[in-house]
Write a protein that binds this ligand. Structure first.
Ligand code: ZN
Length: 255
């Protein structure tokens, strides 16, 4: 069974007031459009890692699915994680802002680690550090409360900040943000994604005899650590993917 992740692009196209400030963005780009672009890239990354995904919003943007409706879809899907994607407001044309990530106040330690990891990775990738003193926030948000699986809500920059808005309107920002959100979620599921060059996989923790390799962007199952090596379950023939039942898997060690 593959892992499942529900992805929610907050709001719908017509959501009142949920758009960029006209003095900064003459097009007054809607929040759902920004959310949906990031959500689309997140699901692409997750699918490439062998995760099943479900968009709980209306992917045409026409219907603003209720918060409880979004949770019902995610719960019925049997999602292992839920990620709700939003853009923030409240700066009123001033400067500053940044990325914020919300979890429930009573979230588990592993969900809080996932929350912090998501924030750190998105800020490191996009540079949208901002000046919010509580970028890791805890609130009983409906979407988090009614999800029966660990859930996070990401506020991906401010739609009314002279600093954030020009950045969050770009496709490059959406791609970087999505990649970070997806990678943090894979880490939460203990899926290791190789993000750089070819990485050798060894038969032993001392990393002396290579038995295969992982290509950039290939994913395998992280089983644990041993000394300064990670123990992984990976596919012998091509390295990628975790779950297909008809493949050959081996335990190996990577640095
Ligand atoms: Zn929102």
């Amino acid at each position: 069974m593959a892992y499942k992740i529900a992805v929610d692009a907050g709001h719908g196209l017509s959501a009142a007031g949920r758009r960029c400030l006209k003095s900064i963005d003459p097009n007054e780009t809607g929040e759902w459009q920004l959310n949906s672009r990031i959500a689309g890239y997140v699901t692409e990354h997750l699918k490439a890692a062998g995760v099943q995904t479900l968009r709980t919003d209306d992917i045409t943007g026409e219907i603003d699915v209720s918060l409880s409706g979004r949770c019902r879809k995610a719960n019925a899907f049997g999602a292992d994680l839920l990620i709700s994607i939003h853009a923030n407001a409240g700066i009123n044309g001033g400067s500053g802002g940044g990325i914020m990530v919300y979890a429930l106040p009573n979230a588990s330690q592993s969900t809080k680690e996932w929350q912090e990891d998501t924030w750190r990775q998105t800020v490191a990738e996009t540079g949208l550090r901002g000046n919010r003193c509580h970028p890791l926030s805890y609130a009983n948000l409906t979407i988090l409360k009614h999800a029966s699986m660990p859930a996070l809500l990401c506020e991906c920059g401010f739609m009314d900040s002279t600093v954030d808005t020009p950045v969050i309107l770009t496709d490059g920002f959406a791609r970087k943000c999505a990649r970070s959100i997806a990678n943090a979620a894979l880490k939460r599921l203990a899926l290791y994604k190789n993000g750089s060059g070819v990485k050798p996989v060894y038969a032993d923790a001392n990393r002396t005899s290579a038995i295969g390799s992982l290509n950039p962007d290939e994913t395998c199952r992280l089983m644990g650590t041993c000394g300064n090596s990670m123990i992984v379950l990976y596919e012998v023939t091509s390295g990628a993917q975790y779950y297909p039942a008809d493949r050959n898997y081996k335990v190996g060690f990577i640095n």
